[in-house]
Ligand binder design. Structure first.
Ligand code: S3P
Length: 440
């Protein structure tokens, strides 16, 4: 795909429903008693994978555009799938469904595409095994074979990685465990959509913050609950790419309505504001237990980082609330006086592709000076990016981050493998076209 540099971006848009929240809404509704109507369900391929796996387990699902009717089958109503459950590219689908399937009376096989089949699963095999489930992976990678007929035991589990997928996997398994399961987050809070969604469906769930800052989430199993409708906010991780372009290009003025603003996800907004980018929230409100609002972005930087000799550093507990925005942030860092350093983000190497290597590669192709670390990168700025041949490495977030890079560049770029944006944001290019003014 050829991408021309942009001059500015302006307009008023909305983005499709949040991918993370949509997965949870569908899975939790499938385990409820009775039908739930989900509105503004994500249009992503990943969330379609979740629906197709649930169908494979006997859940009746009717979908009309972004409205999905889920026929909840209750905690004991799923059926054995007759075929392997294909999670496509979606780590969330596989890891969360593994938690659900660990407590079923039948065997299951979860598989996915080549990228997903290369991702680490020990992080869920370990806690599920402690709960008494038999989960088999080859070399700790998918496919995952989960043996049924198990009674799950409750566990007290301190998460060894800051991962919402792992936390959610355990919490979903805990719904069927005999007793009180506790999951402890010591490495900083990760997205809490599962906790919020379970509460929305009336599942009693306790959350407690310790003196050391650790958060313990507890569920007393077994649990059953009734169906409930869910309206899903727009996806902040999709909105972020539009925000990135609007924030950097002078004279831009963009409004994005109805975006999820959960603090465990909105780290990108806090950070960009602290770097001096002009971001305003309008109409903050709450819907179905999730905060949301409208975001206004103007393309002007109001202040520069205090000490532009030292790049601003994004690390530690700042990472989890913007984990999916880091490739974009690195691109934006190349435009900052003083550049940007990202550390403690080794998890990025375990995403759909090695996102540190992919980001460094593409930034260097565009002429940026980048240092690569095992757990992050440092990019020098401000840099006038050159148009370049860019590669998505088959990863949707890399494709979109470097579309942003290409829009900010001096001349045309060519992006290979742009189609993968559909994994999270199929409307990305058409939405951009509707708001971008190209340079002539
Ligand atoms: C997700 C959690 C994050 C994130 C992924 C979606 C979720 O992964 O990167 O895109 O929906 O829970 P980890 O939990 O593995 O960090």
């Amino acid at each position: 795909m050829k991408i021309k540099p942009a001059m500015r971006i302006s307009g008023r848009v909305s983005v499709p429903g949040d991918k993370s929240i949509s997965h949870r809404a569908a899975i939790i509704a499938a385990l409820a008693e009775g039908p739930s109507r989900l509105t503004n369900y994500s249009t992503s391929q990943d969330c379609a994978s979740t629906l197709s796996c649930l169908r494979g387990l006997g859940v009746s699902i009717q979908q009309q555009n972004s409205e999905v009717l889920i026929g909840g089958r209750g905690m004991t109503g799923l059926n054995a799938a007759t075929m392997p459950l294909d999670c496509g590219n979606s780590g969330s689908t596989m890891r969360m469904l593994a938690g659900v399937l660990a407590g079923q009376s039948f065997d299951s096989l979860l598989t996915g595409d080549a990228s997903l089949c290369s991702r680490p699963m020990k992080r869920i095999v370990e806690p599920l095994s402690l709960m008494g489930s038999s989960v088999h992976a080859t070399d700790n990678r998918p496919p995952l074979r989960i043996e049924g007929s198990k009674t799950l035991q409750p566990i007290h589990y301190v998460l060894p990685v800051a991962s919402a997928q792992v936390k959610s996997c355990i919490l979903l398994a805990a719904l069927k465990a005999q007793g009180r399961t506790e999951v402890v987050e010591r490495l900083g809070p990760t997205r809490d959509h599962t906790e919020r969604m379970l509460r929305w469906f009336g599942v009693p769930l306790e959350t407690q913050a310790g003196v050391d800052g650790a958060i313990t989430i507890a569920i007393n199993g077994p649990v059953s609950y009734a169906a409930r409708d869910v309206n899903i906010p727009g996806d902040i991780s999709s909105a972020a790419f539009l925000i990135g372009v609007a924030a950097v290009l002078p004279d831009s003025q963009l409004r994005i309505d109805n975006v999820g603003l959960n603090a465990t996800r909105s780290g990108i907004l806090t950070l960009l504001s602290s770097l001096g980018f002009a971001i305003e929230i309008r109409n903050p409100r709450e819907d179905c237990n999730e905060p949301k609002g409208d975001i206004l972005i103007s393309g002007k930087v109001e202040k520069r980082p205090a000490d532009s000799n030292r790049p601003p550093r994004v690390a530690g507990p700042l990472i989890a609330p913007l984990i999916d925005e880091l490739p974009l942030l690195a691109v934006m860092g190349s435009q900052l006086a003083g550049g940007l350093e990202i550390r403690d983000a080794g998890e990025l190497r375990l995403k759909e592709t090695d996102r540190i290597a992919a980001t460094v590669n593409n930034l260097r192709a565009m002429g940026a000076l980048v240092e690569e670390f095992e757990d992050g990168l440092a990019v020098t700025g401000p840099t006038a990016l050159k148009g370049a041949p860019l590669d998505s490495f088959g990863d949707h977030r890399i494709a979109m981050a470097f579309t942003v890079g290409a829009l900010l560049a001096n001349d045309d770029s060519e992006l290979t493998g742009a189609d993968c944006v559909a994994v999270s944001f199929p409307e990305f290019f058409s939405l951009l076209d509707s708001v971008v003014q190209s340079r002539v």
